[in-house]
Design a protein around this ligand. Sequence first.
Ligand SMILES: [Zn+2]
Length: 289
Amino acid sequence: MNETTVVNGLSVDVEDWFQVGAFENTIARSDWDALELRVGDNVARILDLFDEAGVKATFFTLGWVAERNPAAMRAIVDRGHELASHGYDHTRVFMLSRDEFAADLMRARAILEDAGGQAITGYRAPSFSIDSRNAWAHDVLAEHGYAYSSSVAPVVHDHYGWPEAPRFAFAPVSGSDLVEIPVTTAMLRGKRLAAGGGGFFRVLPYGFSRWAIRQVNREGHPAVFYFHPWEIDPGQPRVAGAPLRSRLRHYTNLSKMAGKLSGLLGDFEWGRMDALAAREQPRSLDWAA
Ligand SMILES: [Zn+2]
């Protein structure tokens, strides 16, 4: 690596195939315990993929998943990755009151610290659910001593988004060191495009993601990329009752994902989000309202 190479943030949002936002109206939380757990095996495959590529990453993990997969949590930490919080059960933050959010944070953190044996300092909101409606969530994260959050999608999207938020690292709470590192967007003809992973990475040709990350890196900024364990699992059960649009988005190109990821990991430099946050904090834009 030379000094002009930007180290990007690599992250995995650790939830199981039945816990995604697309199926929340089809699969009740009360049914979760009756469903097949697949996330542990998928995390094991991801750890091998990361070892082969020689990269370290951050695993934003649900407390619910950590309770049921303690061995996978140990493996994440033992193999040099960061374990961080994705909340307890994927309830989006704008559905919670301030006190409920604080309770969710504490519950998930206790489970994750127990399972991984390390302090949890990073947080990603389920479905990037911190936006203009609930900017107070950053205050709560600061009160609880988090070093960073990667919970904002600064873009227009049908399920989430805070299009007025900065595209790169910012300080959301004045007087606090908390840094928010939004998921990556690219600019095309003056418009912001979601380019940090998820369905966009899986559905669109890999060349789009490569173009977007190169654009961001050329501006001197790190990209923040994310994917989910279920995205590398073509054998997952199919959810028949979900809306067609959700099913199309969820099941497209699952079998191509591992190969695409290998390309991505080889084409750019990647690292853990806590390290990226420590580098970005001093130059984060002061955006506290
Ligand atoms: Zn999630």
